[in-house]
Ligand binder design. Structure first.
Ligand code: TRP
Length: 404
């Protein structure tokens, strides 16, 4: 029986919008509320924030501002039933602050609830999408893996999957799921991909999003990710709804983008705007903030003292709000001081630089303490039994002589 699809109308760049958001392209001045509406996701409610299994600034402050099926995840986590998070990385360059936040969020959830965390690396996607050789992408994959491992996930509960390195499981799953994804869905959702590779890739990301359930059996999965990835979630939900797979539709927790230093928009490693890298030292962080961070302050000291600044557009303040000042009272004091003109733009930047540098120093210490990448990764790879379970739940016969 045909299942209703929720991927038919996906157009964020409708005639009345002056921005484009697809997984393959983010441009313009994003209207986040409008975007979620056009994607068909739900705004996050107060009740969902209160019930969420961890009290985290990204949720409490509505940086994660929308989602799909969040209640099912919350209920499973609270009932101590199997539940999982999937958050991946497209290794197209060195990771910056914005890229690493979903991983630290996933770690916080895992610490609180024992969630399984699945971390797919879409090296295939980034080779297809960017003008970069396989060799260059492989280099970023290795470096990004070290950053992800530095977050400190529990190896007993965490799986890292690299598309080209774990192709024995990723490819058969993607091939099976690709049959349930039509070309017209892909065109409508991703805006006419240029190559067959990019047309096929949604089947690969669907494999990522369904993988925890294929390994552990049907359960609630949540994908905490920036809103540009929601189309992938929708496609995976359509596939999950097909009767032949014993899986629930993955849920989503969708965030705004951490803005680039020069103002609102996606903090992209491929734009010209500077971004704060995970290997930046304190002086570099301070200098980047002072030189490049868009300020909500007034143009002269006198004016600032008299009229105050605007924290809502101030990039240093927004970094503190997103993640780096977890204490709500202190955040409120900073905003109040800035609005009153007592706190100067440079002082706000110093506060942000301090917090960000503290965070980075701890990240860098854990990263430096890692040994050989292959050895470290071993603890996080799918076992043979898990690979077999996933293929079998996707419908592959396990007695095939050609395997192994
Ligand atoms: N496509 C994502 C990106 O471009 C990376 C990614 C791959 C991912 N698989 C995922 C993100 C699964 C979340 C969940 O950044």
């Amino acid at each position: 029986m045909p299942t209703p699809t929720d991927t038919d109308s996906t157009d964020s760049d409708s005639p009345d919008a002056d921005y484009t958001v697809t997984p393959y392209d983010v441009e313009g001045d994003i209207d986040y509320a409008h975007l979620v509406e056009s994607f068909g996701a739900d705004a996050l409610t107060d009740a969902q924030v209160r019930a969420f299994p961890v009290d985290h600034p990204l949720v409490r402050r509505r940086i994660f501002y929308a989602g799909r099926d969040i209640d099912a995840f919350t209920a499973a986590a609270r009932a101590d039933e199997t539940h999982s998070l999937v958050t991946g990385r497209g290794p197209s360059g060195p990771m910056h602050l914005g890229n690493v936040l979903p991983f630290y969020f996933a770690k916080a959830v895992q610490d609180a609830t024992g969630a399984h965390v699945y971390i797919p690396f879409s090296d295939d996607e980034k080779h297809l999408l960017k003008d970069q050789s396989l060799e260059s992408i492989a280099g970023h994959t290795r470096e990004n893996l070290r950053d992800v491992l530095a977050v400190g996930f529990d190896p007993a509960k965490t799986k890292v999957v690299v598309d080209t390195a774990d192709a024995d499981v990723v490819y058969p799953l993607a091939a099976a799921f690709s049959k349930a994804i039509t070309q017209s869905t892909v065109d409508a959702t991703y805006g006419d991909p240029e190559t067959v590779g990019l047309s096929f890739y949604p089947a690969v990301q669907t494999a990522h999003l369904l993988l925890p359930q294929l390994v552990h059996g049907r359960h609630a999965t949540l994908v905490p990710i920036a809103v540009d990835q929601d189309p992938h979630v929708r496609v995976s939900r359509d596939v999950a709804a097909k009767a032949r797979y014993e899986v629930n539709k993955p849920g989503a927790l969708l965030s705004e983008f951490l803005s680039s230093l020069d103002g609102p928009g996606k903090m992209s490693s491929s734009s010209d705007a500077p971004s704060i890298g995970l290997s930046d030292d304190p002086d570099t962080v301070r200098e980047k903030l002072h030189q490049h961070a868009y300020s909500g302050g007034r143009s002269s000291l006198e004016e600032h003292r008299e009229h105050g600044g605007d924290p809502s557009v101030d990039v240093a303040f927004q970094y503190l709000r997103f993640f780096f000042e977890p204490d709500d009272d202190r955040l409120r004091d900073l905003a109040a001081g800035y609005e009153a003109g007592d706190l100067l733009s440079g002082e706000l930047k110093d506060a942000a630089a301090d917090r960000i540098s503290d965070f980075l120093e701890r990240h860098q210490e854990r990263r430096a303490a890692l040994g050989d990448l292959g050895d470290e990764l071993d603890a996080y790879r799918l076992t043979d039994g898990e690979r077999d379970a996933a293929l079998s739940r996707a419908g592959y016969p396990m007695d095939a002589v050609v395997r192994g």
